[in-house]
Design a protein around this ligand. Sequence first.
Ligand SMILES: [Zn+2]
Length: 330
Amino acid sequence: MRRYASVILIAFAFLLIFAVVVSRFSGEGSPGPNETFDPDKIIIVPETDDIEITMYNHRTGKLEKMPLEEYLIGVLAGEMPASYEMEALKAQAVAARTLIISKLKRFGGKGCSKNPGADVCSSYAHCQEWIPLESMQKNWGGSFDKYYGRLKQAVNETVGLIMKYEGKPIEVFYHSTSNGKTEDAGEVFSRSLPYYKVVSSPEGEDLTGTGVTFSNKEFVDIFSRHYKNSLNPNNLANQVKINGYTKSGRVKSITVGGITLRATDFRMMYGLNSTDFTLQFGKSSVTIYTKGFGHGVGMSQVGADRMAKAGSTFRDILLHYYQGVAIEHY
Ligand SMILES: [Zn+2]
């Protein structure tokens, strides 16, 4: 038995030596003396947004190549009023840059999932809004130079900056107006993300509600286009029930004629401004009142402007709406 044990021991020792030799020559394991890691030598801080991107213009149906800086000015012009505070515009510039960088293949992104060959598309419903120079000229008229200059300044003063979480560009969501609180991403999209917490947002007097009225017949018709159930138009109040609310006070789910659906689906179906809604049933119509505009996830643009007015910098704004992220060069 002892002889077998020593044979096994010797065999094991040989295996060990062999493994060390192989790992030396296969390039794995710890670095050799010439492979010292010096982070200062490899981090390149860009001085301009000097990258070319390919955008699918959903209005013309064409792919367009343009410098990143030019693209970002078009996004800002389409996504936020150019009269907003400079720090809010800068926060929007960083959010917009994060989104496009996360989509670029050279940074590990997959491009626009709807349009092969494009890094991004110009539709707010898919990637993010972008408008061309001619639209800016038309929208701003005599104030074009002033407003274009402000957007260019917001892009230039944040050059290269994006939001990262655990070293990677974050998945960016932002919206127009919250209901006073932001929404957990998991309530709107397929999964929660650690940097989208429910936080307060200073909407103030911009939080006035809006109402949209449907006749009972319209309400039933819209619903039956999506679900085959028999709603009685004469008795809607007893057939529609809100089931509960999310942590931010938005509706979580609603039951209509025995069918329970997510409030986000109900919002899309009836074209509502948000999922913070109440229903008021009349004799022959139903009015749906909403608070805020948009899905509620991430930065509220109105909230960002109000924070900037109160003295917050673009970094303060972003770190409030995107909890735990780092604002760094891409
Ligand atoms: Zn897209």
